[in-house]
Design a protein around this ligand. Structure first.
Ligand SMILES: NC(=O)C1=CN([C@@H]2O[C@H](COP(=O)(O)OP(=O)(O)OC[C@H]3O[C@@H](n4cnc5c(N)ncnc54)[C@H](OP(=O)(O)O)[C@@H]3O)[C@@H](O)[C@H]2O)C=CC1
Ligand SMILES: O=C1O[C@H](COP(=O)(O)O)[C@@H](O)[C@H](O)[C@H]1O
Length: 498
């Protein structure tokens, strides 16, 4: 790993405190940072270095406790950090930043490898990239990289404009667009499940797969983010980025080689093959919902429109379900169902692959359940396979059982740790390439337009439910159902087989 200087814009912000500094600290403890490096925190407020380090110390204290490290370890980590107050809109302020970076490079004898992380509001992304270039921060004798937070634009046009501006300062291969779903260990694992297991690889196609169900349900509501969310909605907030990334990961074909270039090439091909939607398709294949008041895990919760900061007549989608077709020989005829919602009965991110069931009805007078491959992403992490077996206690009645493998999620590194470690090493496999982002925006555009013009009904669903009933109907049209909901209902009613 090459020695470097890590410049963190937004170092006094929420994300830096909650995720970035704890992740850097964990990497430090695990000796996954370069042998020599410096971190330069950039914020607007005029902190002294000591004040800034106190705030960093606070933000890594939980991680330090969990890792059972002593204060000397924390102080050693803090000793690598400096702070500069910069108004990112003021070009002259960047000279002080450049001075600090050069000073760090001299003090620690670091090559001019510079990693810039923009953890600031999106309206500053292009401004900062431009000033980094104009100030000379970009002129290095080593490498330079730019990590950029979400959201990457709010539609195709703004994303293109942002990308153009970033590309004036950084080349595509130097830009690392964060999608934190690509930092989740089980999402990274999808590629291995598909491509490192010949038995799955052999049946990963429309001959054997009946449908694929991708779910990211949350129990939380809009929280204190109405200012952003009420102008975004679930389609922009979750589908354009995270859900389509999951789709690309699960549907990509076997790459020629397992490396960043080939994997991203295959992901891009998936987005190119996703069937575009006309307005009529949107009306047939997309369900839009918004949570009403309800009861969630024993607590009454207010409707979305009654949340602080939300417009009383807001039409913002807090739930979206979609039926997606991929027009390529591998997936022709296989519906991919995607859904995501807030204030849903339980937190659950998973992908369920339902296999075709040619034996249905052929097993004497008994029904066989389809085989399911369940990829649990969050909060549980692991794989389950549903198979049929005879229950000896029930006179050999056939019933589905699951073979489970789960990992201890509490021991797995956090998404930001994995993403930061990758960017430091120059591995862009799990960052969104511009073409993926662009194609995803392009694909959601007709849906965004149909929502804006109210061409799709907004179904109100009770908080604590599985979303609007219409989302179940989307699957029923092909004779399917959301397996996860069925499973939960069965568990609750004490019935364990179909
Ligand atoms: N917070 C989260 O959970 C998540 C955040 N993100 C993304 O991360 C990014 C940062 O979010 P978050 O940390 O929540 O934002 P915050 O509002 O908490 O922090 C913003 C940061 O930007 C700095 N800043 C604001 N204006 C200026 C300026 N003119 N000059 C210099 N610095 C400035 C602030 O400095 P100061 O405090 O000194 O004013 C602060 O460090 C955003 O793109 C967001 O979309 C993505 C996923 C989750
Ligand atoms: O990016 C976002 O993701 C979170 C959900 O992330 P998860 O890791 O908890 O599944 C979502 O709550 C938020 O609205 C969105 O901006």
């Amino acid at each position: 790993m090459k020695a470097m200087t890590f410049v963190l814009f937004g170092a006094t912000g929420d994300l830096a405190k909650r995720k970035i500094f704890p992740a850097l600290f964990n990497l430090y403890v695990d000796q996954k940072l370069p042998a020599s490096y410096a971190i330069v925190g950039v914020g607007r407020r005029t902190y002294t270095v000591a004040e800034f380090l106190r705030s960093v110390e606070q933000s890594v204290s939980d991680a330090a406790q969990r890792r059972e490290v002593d204060s000397s370890c924390i102080h050693a980590f803090l000793s690598t950090i400096r702070y500069v107050s910069v108004d990112v809109t003021q070009k002259d302020d960047y000279l002080a930043l450049l001075g600090q970076v050069i000073q760090c490079e001299q003090e620690w004898n670091l090559p001019q490898n510079r990693l810039f992380y923009l953890s600031v509001a999106p309206e500053f992304f292009d401004v900062i990239a431009g000033h980094i270039k104009a100030s000379g921060l970009c002129e290095t004798t080593g490498w330079k990289r730019l990590i950029i937070e979400k959201p990457f634009g709010r539609d195709l046009q703004s994303a293109e404009a942002l990308n153009e501006k970033l590309c004036a300062s950084f080349a595509e291969e130097e830009i690392y667009r964060i999608d934190h779903y690509l930092g989740k260990p089980m999402v990274r694992n999808l590629e291995a499940i598909e491509f490192a297991n010949p038995i799955f690889q052999a049946i990963w196609n429309n001959k054997y797969i009946a449908n694929v169900q991708i779910t990211a349900n949350e129990t939380v509501g809009v929280e204190d983010r109405a200012g952003y969310y009420d102008h975004a909605g679930a389609l922009r907030d979750m589908v354009q980025n995270h859900m389509l990334q999951l789709l690309m990961m699960i549907a990509m074909h076997l790459p020629n080689r397992i490396n960043a270039k080939e994997i991203r090439k295959e992901k891009r091909k998936v987005m190119e093959a996703v069937r575009p939607m006309e307005t009529e398709d949107v009306m047939r294949s997309v369900v839009r919902g918004q949570y009403g008041a309800g009861n969630l895990q024993g607590h009454s919760v207010v409707s979305y429109r009654d949340e602080p900061g939300v417009e009383a007549d807001s039409m913002t989608d807090t739930f979206v379900a979609l039926r997606v077709w991929i027009d390529d020989p591998l997936w022709s005829g296989v519906p991919f169902y995607i859904r995501t919602g807030k204030r849903i009965k339980e937190k659950s991110t998973k992908i369920i692959i339902e296999f075709k069931n040619p034996l249905e009805g052929s097993y004497r007078n008994q029904q066989t359940a389809p085989n399911l491959l369940i990829l649990n992403i969050n909060p549980e992490e692991g794989i389950s396979l549903q198979v049929n077996q005879k229950n000896a206690a029930e006179r050999g009645k056939l019933e589905p059982v699951t073979v489970d493998f789960s990992t201890d999620a509490s021991q797995a590194p956090e998404a930001y740790e994995l993403l930061l470690s990758d960017a430091i090493q120059g591995d862009s496999t799990y960052f969104a390439h511009w073409m993926e982002v662009k194609l995803a925006w392009k694909w959601v555009t007709p849906i965004l337009e149909a929502f804006a013009q109210n061409q799709v009904p907004l179904h109100v669903y009770p908080a604590g439910s599985y979303g609007p009933q219409e989302s179940a109907e989307l699957l029923m049209e092909q004779g399917f159902s959301w397996w996860q909901d069925e499973e939960r209902e069965r568990e609750m009613s004490g019935v364990h087989s179909r």
